[in-house]
Design a protein around this ligand. Structure first.
Ligand code: SAH
Ligand code: SF4
Length: 442
């Protein structure tokens, strides 16, 4: 979601003639898009802002903007006091005001170049693009985890499209509702227009985004547009070969979704379905609203609709009160759900959420995290190996690599001579670390 926001902010610069730059030295403006979902992400954002002090000294005319969730949480007053060289602070709830802010600072004067967005990766990034005259860097301090290797994220053939903002659930550990506000759904026409614009610019895969994206329901005079409708309509946008979504919540699955998922081959055979814990006691304490059995039931329904589908998840270890027995329930959920990978996080107290203090020490948290990561790795490796011998449809991201519908990266044995964005058939011949090896068959 942060990446989608970074793109949105970058667009405000681009339309005023800026270009993106990866090179801070050449940038005329820097936007730090911050995350605060865990304390560590916030700390990284703060240290990244601190490092810009020197940049500002060397570029007194340059502008520094701090955006996103940590900006929302900490507030403009606090950040400007602490970092007086910052020009403007725009909280996550005010993302819509970014355009006016860029206008205020830079007017409509045509620029020769650059504002930057960042793609892929979860670590703080300083992606910027080469300067011709004016450049801006949009950096993202989103941090999921370095503890587990995430699959590489979007490429030029994939594009994020925000379907909803905020969240109206109240998971006890989570700061998102506080910093992003309650759930609000974007009008379907806007979502489809953005998907169409991105497809026209070359995207072949659209990733619909929202904290509980499958809760999507937009009231119109003609009736409610459901998440299932949105999936169907996005898949029908000219140029779109695949539609993904992130993240659905176990509470909002329904028969309409499973029908569309089963019948529409353009809907990726992949669901990232955060579970957080395998223990009913902890799920209840977290206020997740489902049980382990209900979660497993949804996974079973996904596989019933599409047997080849992959499911991945998020886990939090060391939630206050998590006993060894609770943790074992989490461990056993890995094999029981057959997940293909997981982002695993140590519980981080967020004081703006209900924020219980952790009751495990750092060493115990690390120990549980290590055991969980090992279990996930073992399971992922089994799942990858089961793909050997299959013929898979691969959406090329480069001339010799791409992704299957189930979101596995495939590296081909030779260059195809085809453009990124082409759909090919490949025979899976082996596994190398967390990717598949393949041979072009068509
Ligand atoms: N809306 C999504 C999750 C959004 S936050 C959902 O409910 O499924 C992304 C992930 O960050 C979560 O799935 C959770 O695993 C992790 N996370 C959120 N708050 C956290 C906290 N306080 N400590 C550790 N991990 C956290
Ligand atoms: Fe946070 Fe829960 Fe909402 Fe996800 S569903 S964003 S974890 S409150």
């Amino acid at each position: 979601m942060n990446e989608a926001d970074s793109e949105l902010m970058a667009a405000s610069f681009i339309k005023r003639g800026f270009k993106l730059t990866d090179d801070l030295k050449r940038a005329d403006a820097v936007v730090v898009n911050t995350c605060t979902v865990r304390q560590r992400a916030e700390d990284k954002a703060i240290s990244q802002i601190g490092r810009l002090r020197v940049w500002k000294k060397n570029h007194p005319e340059g502008k520094i903007f701090i955006a996103g969730c940590a900006a929302q949480k900490l507030g403009g007053k606090h950040l400007k006091n602490r970092f007086p060289f910052v020009d403007e602070v725009i909280g996550a709830k005010d993302i819509d005001k970014v355009d006016a802010m860029v206008e205020l600072f830079f007017g409509t004067t045509q620029r020769g170049s650059a504002a930057a967005g960042q793609r892929g990766g979860y670590e703080p990034q300083e992606s910027t693009a080469a300067r011709q005259q004016d450049s801006a860097a949009v950096t993202t301090s989103a941090s999921l985890s370095t503890d587990h290797l995430p699959p590489a994220t979007v490429s030029n053939v994939s594009a994020y499209v925000t379907a909803m903002r905020g969240c109206s659930l109240k998971c006890t550990y989570c700061i998102v509702p506080e910093v992003r506000g309650p759930a609000s759904y974007l009008p379907p026409e806007e979502i489809l227009a953005e998907a169409a614009a991105k497809a026209a610019a070359g995207a072949r895969e659209i990733i619909l985004l929202g904290q509980t994206v499958n809760a999507y329901a937009y009231k119109t005079p003609a009736g409610v547009v459901s998440f299932a409708d949105l999936l169907s309509r996005t898949s029908a946008v000219p140029g779109v070969s695949r539609v993904r979504f992130m993240s659905p919540h176990p509470l909002y699955f329904n028969a309409d979704f499973f029908r569309v998922f089963r019948d529409n081959p353009k809907i990726a055979r992949y669901v990232h379905l955060p579970v957080q814990s395998g223990s009913d006691r902890i799920l209840k304490a977290m206020r997740r609203g489902y049980t382990r059995t209900e979660y497993l039931d949804i996974v079973a329904k996904i596989r019933e609709a599409a047997p080849e589908a992959a499911v991945s998840t998020d886990f939090i270890v060391g939630y206050p009160g998590e006993s060894e027995a609770d943790f074992k329930e989490t461990l056993s959920l890995v094999a029981a759900s057959g997940i293909s990978f997981a982002y695993c996080f140590k519980y981080s107290q967020r004081t703006d959420a209900e924020g219980l203090a952790p009751d495990l020490g750092e060493a115990e948290m690390e120990e549980r995290l290590g055991r969980l990561l090992a279990e996930v790795k073992k399971n992922s490796s089994d799942i990858l190996n089961k793909r050997i011998g299959r013929i898979e449809e691969v959406l090329l991201e480069t001339e010799d690599s791409g992704r299957t519908s189930a979101n596995f990266i495939v590296r081909l044995d030779r260059k195809t001579g085809l453009k990124p964005g082409s759909l090919i058939q490949a025979e899976i011949t082996g596994v190398s670390k967390n990717t598949l090896k393949g041979r072009l068959t068509l």
